[in-house]
Design a protein around this ligand. Structure first.
Ligand code: OGA
Ligand code: MN
Length: 289
């Protein structure tokens, strides 16, 4: 078995893993990585250069693949078409990628929120275009007791339509990506991790409309929590090199893309791992009425 070296980043989340080829991952190697995934919530594997099928096979170890976009299991996160031309900022796919620049969880707007996400880099811009993650376990732990008690009984709706509209993107074409069209699910603000049992804040740009609060009070509470949560030492930024691959635990981290010059190509591959129904399913509003 290759000797994976797992080095914690020094922030409250994340580890860099070197010394093994994910394309050759065996069961013993996977068990090691799974433990590290639960501990660090973000694993960064430099220089892996996986083919799309190898990326899906790696992701598949962690659970079922969420099919957002065709059957391949790989979603292009890219501003470049196959013919090399670049997308305009008002392109619906580009609107979703610009939306990714706000702190978010993947698929929290679906009934079944994602368990984890894999992202790898093919082409990276000269400047910017990094990805950042924020540790919602450490954020919860850092809250004062009064806030913890206040939020313990609260839930928020999660909607992609809402988060996109908030940044001025209302093109219905952009809503095709992972949009069910049903009522926004209602999710508790404090989530217990199904494996580690650790509580974390479950917030981000898709969250809004806390039942029992005015929309202003809800907005202000969620914005305040987000601002408090996404600060050092609870954040980690990765500067991509082509061939790097990361996996993160969507149940306890937020993430966001950093801006870059859209006249340069940025080509990434995303594979999303579906949540387990027993722990990640949340009813839509109609189901709870
Ligand atoms: C995503 C995402 C961030 C990035 O693919 O879900 O948020 O840096 N990507 O591209
Ligand atoms: Mn995302």
């Amino acid at each position: 078995m290759p000797e994976y070296r797992i080095e914690a980043t020094g922030a409250t989340l994340g580890a860099v893993v070197t010394g093994g080829r994910l394309a050759d991952l065996d069961e013993a190697g996977f068990e090691l990585l799974l433990d590290a995934f639960h501990e660090h919530a973000l694993l960064i594997f430099p220089d892996q250069h996986l083919e799309p099928e190898q990326q899906v096979a790696f992701a598949r170890r962690f659970g079922e693949i969420e099919h957002l976009y065709g059957d391949s299991g790989v979603v292009p996160i890219s501003n470049q078409r196959h013919d090399g031309s670049l997308l305009d900022d008002d392109n619906p796919a580009m609107q979703i990628m610009i939306g990714n620049e706000g702190w978010h969880t993947d698929s929290s707007y679906m009934s079944l929120a994602a368990k984890a996400s894999v992202l790898s880099a093919q082409v990276v811009p000269g400047r910017g275009g990094q990805t950042e993650w924020a540790d919602m376990r450490a954020a919860y732990e850092a809250l004062d007791e009064e806030t913890r008690e206040r939020i313990a009984v609260l839930s928020a709706r999660h909607s992609l339509r809402h988060s996109q509209a908030k940044i001025g993107h209302t093109d219905p074409g952009a809503m095709l990506y992972g949009f069910e069209g049903g009522d926004p699910p209602l999710r508790p603000l404090v989530k217990l991790h199904p494996v580690t049992g650790r509580p974390s804040l479950f917030i981000g740009r898709h969250a809004y409309g806390i039942p029992g609060l005015s929309s202003e009070a809800s907005e202000s509470l969620l914005a305040g929590l987000l601002d408090f949560a996404c600060r050092p030492p609870r954040i980690w930024r990765h500067d991509w090199q082509p061939g790097d691959l990361v996996i993160w635990d969507n149940r306890c981290l937020l993430h966001r893309a950093r801006p870059y010059d859209h006249t340069e190509p940025r080509v990434m591959r995303h594979t999303r791992i579906a949540g387990d129904e027993a722990t990640e399913w949340a009813p839509g509003l109609a189901d709870t009425a």
